[in-house]
Design a binder for this molecule. Structure first.
Ligand SMILES: [Ca+2]
Ligand SMILES: [Ca+2]
Length: 458
């Protein structure tokens, strides 16, 4: 047992260090009981081993360990008989007297030439055994020092039932999140042109002639575009919902707690307005899942686009898809809009500019693709009215003066993005395919603005 005592000397120093107040902050305060070893080992060896246990537990960094001398003194003052105390109840009683949170008690047994060390961590408050650890050793008695060390580490690292359940739950949630993320990424990689229209490569007439439209639409000019795909319809509430649920996406309106709602005179912030409540908290999309999504910012639209593996169209792409190559005024031609061609400020609305001579059947948004007579030469729906649509470019009112003639993508910087095509809220003039009067900052969202997406043809 000489070896045991030598090791003890070093270890006791560490135990003394452990009693500094600083080191004990936020650690579980424990008392370490002598082993219940029967006649198997002499008392002095038992004391030495329990001191090894004491120091090893301290060294795990998880416990503040009460010193043996303090423990003995406190118990003697209360005439507590340590030697006869082996049951859990008795050890808990000792813990109460010592004022510690937990007690560690252990047994040493021997079968043949194999020693077994069992440790228990007992909660003094409840009397429950919280953790257990076991080590065995086919060895000499001196080697028990190392076995005690291993058992102490195992005890410190073992989990309580609650900890185990919490860990399993954490791992389950992490796995679920990972699977959802993978599914979302997989979706983004699998682009499909389903629901899109191929706009063939070629030239088209962009902008308006001098006698029509605003300055920003001049000069009218010829643009060449490579072939591209564009969504046949505006992105619907149902499609956006699928994205939100798969990608756990939160829109800017939801984050900020408000969206803008058009009143006919302005667009004040409306508390609780977002894509699920387009007109404010009281409104719902429950019955309009096939209507275009609104209250989505340019940033939200791009997040959706990344997820589904597409992109917003450029202004030039949007305009070509809307009016074809021949410079027509509206998607269907030059005839004035009526109730069969598009959803705009018709007799169902009460704006100063509402056109009471037309009935498109909707006061606000209409289901996408509802106006067969209003589709573009390529068969793209709702390019006039229903909701304004975001484009990818930075907005520059003078862009047509300097725009490249092939695949223009807008200036390299700016403060706002173009919105095109008009909405349920606008007059006839704003439905023109060349109209580019409106632009909005990337975080703007309102109940008449949505989007559709594009994709390169190759
Ligand atoms: Ca309408
Ligand atoms: Ca539209």
């Amino acid at each position: 047992m000489k070896h045991v005592r030598n090791v003890l000397f070093v270890i006791l120093l560490l135990v003394l260090l452990s009693t500094s107040a600083l080191a004990q902050q936020e650690k579980t305060r424990i008392g370490v009981w002598n082993f219940d070893a029967g006649e198997l080992i002499p008392l002095d060896a038992n004391v030495a081993l329990s001191d090894v246990l004491r120091s090893e537990l301290f060294l795990t960094g998880k416990f503040a360990v009460i010193e043996r001398s303090d423990m003995d003194r406190t118990l003697q003052q209360r005439r507590f008989q340590q030697a006869e105390c082996v049951s859990t109840e008795c050890v808990v009683e000792a813990g109460r007297i010592l004022g510690v949170e937990k007690m560690v008690s252990g047994t040493i047994g021997k079968v043949g030439v194999t020693y077994t060390i069992n440790l228990r961590l007992i909660d003094v408050g409840t009397g429950n055994v919280e953790r257990m650890a076991k080590e065995t050793c086919r060895c000499e008695i001196d080697d028990l020092i190392y076995v005690v060390g291993a058992a102490a580490k195992a005890l410190a690292e073992s989990e309580t039932r609650a900890e185990r359940q919490a860990r399993i739950e954490r791992e389950r949630i992490a796995k679920e999140e990972e699977e959802k993320k993978k599914a979302a990424e997989k979706k983004a990689r699998e682009f499909t042109a389903e629901g899109m229209i191929l706009i063939p490569a070629g030239k088209f007439l962009m902008g308006s002639p001098e006698d029509e439209g605003a300055d920003v639409e001049h000069p009218q000019h010829t643009i060449y575009l490579d072939a591209f795909y564009i969504d046949k319809y505006e992105v619907t509430n149902a499609q956006f919902k699928e994205f939100v649920e798969a990608a756990h996406y939160v829109t800017q309106a939801e984050r900020d707690g408000w969206g803008k709602v058009w009143t006919g005179k302005g667009w004040p912030k409306e508390k609780g307005a977002n894509w699920k409540h387009p007109y404010g908290l009281e409104s719902s999309i429950e019955d309009i899942m096939d209507h275009p999504v609104v209250q989505v910012s340019w940033n939200d639209a791009n997040a959706y686009a990344r997820w589904i593996g597409k992109r917003l169209p450029t202004e030039a792409e949007w305009e070509k898809a809307a009016r074809g190559a021949d410079g027509r005024k509206f998607p269907w031609g030059n005839a004035a809009p009526d109730g069969s061609r598009c959803n705009f400020a018709d007799k169902n609305t009460d704006f100063e500019w509402s056109y009471k001579g037309a009935n498109d059947k909707y006061k606000y948004t209409a289901p996408v693709g509802a106006y067969e007579a209003g589709k573009s030469p390529y068969g793209v729906y709702d390019m006039a009215g229903n909701v304004w649509e975001w484009c990818s470019d930075w907005y520059d009112k003078d862009y047509y003066i300097k725009s490249p003639t092939s695949n223009p993508a807008g200036p390299s910087y700016g403060t706002a993005h173009p919105t095109r095509g008009g909405a349920w809220s606008v007059n006839v003039d704003n439905l023109r395919a060349a109209n580019r009067y409106y632009s909005a900052e990337a975080d703007f969202r309102v109940n008449y603005l949505g989007f559709r997406l594009a994709h390169d043809a190759e």
